[in-house]
Ligand binder design. Structure first.
Ligand SMILES: C[S@@+](CC[C@H](N)C(=O)[O-])C[C@H]1O[C@@H](n2cnc3c(N)ncnc32)[C@H](O)[C@@H]1O
Length: 397
């Protein structure tokens, strides 16, 4: 194990061993499993996966911090930016949040939408982790008045009836299981995970099936060059179907997705020969996903060109692609910060607010590494998103 990582406690080690045993049994039955399947098992195995078990993941005492966990400025700005879209969608509008984490975003977004008199009729949450669903329920029950709580509904699957409103996800795409590929002698291999003689998980490459090979060849065509021998990276071949599945019944409205990532030409830079995959364990980042199963987050950056393509394929019109910092500033961060500062109880709170703004917006923090992509469907973006559109950088795509 990487010696720089903190040692897991005895309970954690036992937890990881239980999940490792389950995965080893699957591999014994089927042969090496795809890396995407391995990642899915590590993150989402019921009761044992990183997102499905009870450990604290978000925040200063977890493994990483997300924008909504820093404080309420992010959610309040997003609510302000999207309120006109909700109003344009009428009194039955819904806000549909994917992967709500601890519930902090839903709480702060609903409170801000109430203050703006732009509440949606429904606030739907789709959360695959039973543990996180429970945390979200507790968070919202403790913080929201009944009139807001009654709008919150946890869905088991995307809506199957036509609906209008806003689809929202922060840092969900980076948690989707990725396919890892390598190019060798002009042939594409998909990375699999097997078990060595001593029981450790090991990488095992197999010729890619047509879906994965097709996705990699598509990248090469778009980039206008072939990947060099030994080049290794990730791709999300399922992204178009995933987006279609979550937004297929949305008839009108907007979809707003935040995540960390790159333009395609930056994601697949010739020099980035080992992809973008990262693991997080107690605020340490490292690159070995085959250790600490169930204890660490495994994530990969987003190819924003792939997201734009998937959105168009799902019937959306892309209208904005920009840095998180520019999005928040265009959405009124200055005014939100000024009000919060004026209402702060004391110097410590004012200092924390200033720190929050820095984390959200500085280029070396979340400001530029995190980006926003906004799509519309049957909605004229002019008028609805006017201040935001000035921040658009989609010409870079
Ligand atoms: C990195 S966390 C981000 C949580 C939260 N959005 C935030 O910003 O704090 C990823 C979240 O996405 C959820 N998730 C993963 N796959 C998902 C899927 N296919 N559909 C919806 N949510 C998913 C995870 O369970 C988790 O809640």
């Amino acid at each position: 194990m990487d010696t720089a990582l903190p040692e897991p406690s005895a309970d954690e080690a036992a937890h990881a061993a239980r999940l490792a045993d389950e995965i080893r049994r699957e591999i014994a039955a089927t042969g090496p499993i795809s890396f995407a399947r391995f990642m899915e098992r590590c993150l989402y195995t019921p009761g044992l996966g990183y997102y499905s078990a009870g450990r604290m993941k978000f925040g200063e005492h977890g493994d990483f911090v997300t924008a909504p966990e820093l404080g309420n400025l992010f959610a309040r700005c997003v609510a302000r930016a999207m309120a006109p879209a909700l109003r344009a969608c009428g009194t039955d509008a819904a806000w549909f949040e994917l992967g709500g984490g601890s519930g902090a975003f839903a709480r702060d977004c609903l409170l801000e939408l109430q203050a703006l008199d732009a509440l949606p009729r429904h606030y739907w949450l789709l959360e695959p982790s039973a543990d996180l669903r429970e945390r979200q329920r507790t968070c919202l029950r403790e913080a929201l008045p009944a009139v807001l709580l009654s709008r919150c509904v946890w869905l088991d699957r995307p809506p199957e009836q036509p609906w209008a409103g806003v689809l929202f996800a922060n840092e969900v795409l980076d948690a989707l299981p990725v396919t890892r590929f390598t190019v060798r002698d002009g042939e594409i291999f998909e990375e699999h995970v097997g078990v060595s003689g001593n029981g450790a998980f090991v990488r095992s490459d197999r010729p890619a099936d047509p879906l994965v090979a097709g996705a990699v060849r598509h990248l090469e065509r778009q980039l206008g060059r072939e990947f060099a021998d030994g080049y290794r990276s990730e791709v999300l071949p399922q992204l178009p179907w995933w987006l279609e599945a979550v937004a297929g019944e949305q008839t009108r409205g907007a979809a707003l997705l935040f995540d960390y990532g790159y333009l395609r030409r930056e994601f697949y830079l010739p020099g980035r020969r080992d992809g973008t995959l990262l693991c997080h364990y107690r605020h340490r980042a490292h690159a070995d996903p085959l250790i600490l199963p169930g204890l660490q987050d495994i994530t990969a950056s987003i190819d924003f060109n792939a997201l734009a393509e998937a959105g168009i394929g799902a019937g959306f019109e892309p209208v904005l692609y920009t840095f998180q910092s520019d999005f928040l500033i265009a959405a009124g961060l200055d005014a939100v910060f000024a009000t919060a500062r004026a209402n702060a109880a004391g110097e410590a709170e004012r200092y924390a607010l200033a720190q929050q703004v820095k984390r959200l917006t500085l280029p070396g923090e979340m400001g530029e590494r995190f980006q926003a992509m906004l799509f519309v469907r049957q909605l004229d973006p002019d008028g609805v998103f006017t201040p935001l559109l000035a921040a658009d950088r989609s010409a870079r795509l």
